[in-house]
Design a protein around this ligand. Structure first.
Ligand code: IPM
Ligand code: MG
Length: 405
């Protein structure tokens, strides 16, 4: 049972929340430099294995990464670190979203590959600790959650920039029950928090030749927070008009519908949105691409970055004994994003090409998530054969010209 507080206690509590948020804004104003990976040796890649299928699919992603970076490990440019303890059992025992010793190991790395972790919900038998994802995004200040979705056969090429440290999440575990009948949660958007992710979305558009950035809000109803997000998007967009980038805004409900509109959806390019809307729409978009198991995500901050699947630990698959058949594509895609982030763009493209060919085009073996499909291990071997094959780019070109599905 959650603790209930009185109205007076709620007033004091709200006051303390405001103080905390204002202090967070001050911290955001102090400048932190972006990590320059080309100047770091070794770049330390920490791997957190996670729970459920996470343990298995992150092993497959590790295999791909190690395969792509043999020389770099030998010459000391890259170091892989095994980070134990980010498991639901250990987190429950410590009653912490991320146990202190695990967090300090994570902070010694430059980038993290993280397997899905179980997020307790009240009543499911685990102590009601905060999600490890949410805690890591906050602790490492990973403010932009970048989630690409591509469906070549339809000309869909979307990149979502989900705000990752504010919105409905920043105080998601800090809502209150006041008296017997009233529950209140808090949603927070700050000028600085909105601006940094919106700016990143526009910069990405500029650097990659995209001409449209779409903000998604519900500013007609949620007027203060979404209203601010909307205003900041319009303000930042003015600086990018000279680059031929247009900005528009869609309300989240109609945006959810438009992602299903075959005539219109390919026109979206870069999409920037507050935390919860980003959570929801990126699952929808990933489903269109072939399922959440096919989508990877990059959580980017100035100092650290963390790469993960967009889905959870799939306890149902483990209960049914199907974990070996889980699709590792999401984690391998996250691994490719990690490679790109630390400067190995060509290697990342090879992995991405192989993923598209294996998953959407050639499909010599396919993963169904059930025992009638290939195992994650078999799929990874197939993928590595493709990555290493001389005609990878030729296959990719014919895929892009004439996608099979
Ligand atoms: C995601 C997940 C997480 C989120 C959960 C596991 C807390 O759904 O990364 O999208 O809501 O952000
Ligand atoms: Mg989600």
């Amino acid at each position: 049972m959650r603790e209930r507080i009185t109205t007076q206690e709620a007033r004091d509590y709200f006051g303390a929340i405001l103080e905390d948020q204002l202090a967070r804004i001050e911290k955001m104003k102090t400048s932190v430099d972006w990590t320059d990976y080309s100047a770091v040796k070794p770049v330390i890649v920490g791997i957190c294995w996670g729970d459920g299928i996470g343990r298995i699919i992150s092993k497959h992603a590790e295999r791909v990464l190690k395969n792509m970076l043999p020389g770099e490990v030998d010459d000391g440019s890259i170091e892989f670190r095994d980070i134990q303890g980010l498991t639901i059992e250990n987190r429950a025992a410590c009653r912490k979203a991320i146990p202190d010793d695990v967090l300090s190991e994570i902070k010694k790395c430059h980038v993290i590959l993280k397997g899905p972790t179980t997020t307790p919900q009240s009543g499911d038998g685990w102590p009601n600790i905060e999600s490890a994802n949410v805690a890591m995004r906050r602790e490492l200040d990973l403010f932009a959650n970048v989630r690409p979705v591509k469906i070549s056969r339809e000309g869909i090429d979307w990149t979502f920039f989900r705000e990752n440290t504010e919105g409905a999440y920043v105080l998601g575990s800090k809502g209150i029950d006041v008296g017997n009948d009233l529950s209140v949660d808090f949603k927070v958007i700050t000028e600085q928090g909105a601006e940094r992710v919106i700016r990143m979305a526009f910069e990405f558009a500029r650097q990659n030749g995209y001409k449209r950035v779409t903000a998604v809000t519900k500013a007609n109803v949620v007027k203060a927070t979404d209203g601010r997000f909307s205003r900041v998007a319009k303000r930042v967009s003015e600086e990018y008009r000279q680059h031929g980038i247009v900005q528009d805004e869609w309300y989240v409900d109609i945006m959810a519908a438009k992602l299903l509109d075959k005539q219109r959806r390919k026109d979206f390019q870069v999409i920037v949105l507050p935390n919860l809307y980003g959570d929801i729409l990126t699952d929808e978009a990933a489903q269109l691409q072939g399922g959440v198991g096919t989508a990877g995500s990059a959580n980017i901050g100035k100092r650290w970055a963390m790469f993960e699947a967009i889905h959870g630990s799939a306890p149902r698959m483990v209960e049914d004994g199907r974990e070996a058949f889980a699709d590792p594509s999401s984690m391998i895609r996250a691994g490719a994003m990690l490679l790109k982030h630390i400067g190995y763009k060509e290697k990342a493209f090879r992995v991405e090409m192989a993923l598209d060919i294996a998953g959407q085009f050639e499909r010599k073996i396919s993963i169904t998530g059930r025992k009638d499909g290939a195992t994650g291990e078999e799929f990874t071997s197939y993928l590595l054969d493709l990555v290493g094959s001389a005609d990878l780019e030729k296959k990719w070109d014919s895929f892009v010209e004439k996608p099979a599905i």
